[in-house]
Ligand binder design. Sequence first.
Ligand code: SF4
Ligand code: SF4
Length: 341
Amino acid sequence: MILKDEMLDSLLTELSKEQIVYVPKQVNGTTRFAPYVSSDKMKLDQVNTVMPPKDLLFPQTQNMYHYGVEKNSGNMFIDPVIESADQILFGVRSCDMRSFDCLDAAFLTKGYIDEFYQAKRDRLTTIAIGCTEVSETCFCESMGQDPNHAPQADIQLRHGEGGYNVTAQTEKGEALLEKFKPFCEEGEVEVADVHCTLNVDASNIKDNLDILHESHELWDSMSYKCLNCGTCTFVCPTCYCFDIDQENRCKEGVRFRCWDSCMFSEYTAMAGGHNPRPEKRDRVRNRFMHKLNYFEDRYGKMLCVGCGRCIEKCPVSLDITVLIDRANELAQAEETEAAHA
Ligand code: SF4
Ligand code: SF4
């Protein structure tokens, strides 16, 4: 089934009548997923948005509970704030679709269900678009993802000459496809596969990082230029750490959570003054170990999808693919040395 380019606006307008449709857009000098209003400022030709779509499921700031004392009875109340609405994420790329697997693992498995996340996740429908070009920082193929196809998406679109091939991949996708049909026609356009130009061997990175001890010079050399600004965390589609705080007004208040970053020294500061990760090398090491080692240990997958955002946006060009290459080389050298000892 083909959705011709000139029918895209009509389709999005129709879909927006019943639910919020998030599309990649230029917003306040950056690109992110924002509600569709018109094709004005829509950025479908962009390889990847600067901000990932994780805030649809895990907002940057999210109220969790209202609490207080009822005026008449004087009783305490605690009301959870579970926000949920049918939402469509349109134009998401393969790497960002894979990032939802990571967020699902963190928020919905191992005996823990985050009800705030789940309420949004259950009502999200995803429409992926296969990439038609890659940037020099994209390396999703090295992390096991295909830039042309996101098997996790409810509907997959692939752009070719004059339009998109449309394929439903889940039951949710089949249901939404009915809305597509009046705007589509039979047939298929020819599409061309793209491949990443940045490649790295991540196949043994977890084991190789295990070989390199905590005080290895790798961590000094990788971390010396880091500013601990947290940019890498905020643009990362898989980073999910948050802080919880509250605001009180008279006898009522709200408890909320907001994104946090393990690159900040306060992140691990304890009430008694102790900080288990006092130096930036500890924090940089933790970030990369979490991405490439600890998460795989716990959930069986890496916490990096190769979107390349952290490489592109880091002000001092600290590059996770360079870390992977160096760790591979150093681990191999250590193994060779051990074999000859
Ligand atoms: S974006 Fe770069 S400088 Fe900033 S915290 Fe991350 S690695 Fe360090
Ligand atoms: S660590 Fe960097 S490349 Fe990997 S998913 Fe996060 S932002 Fe993308």
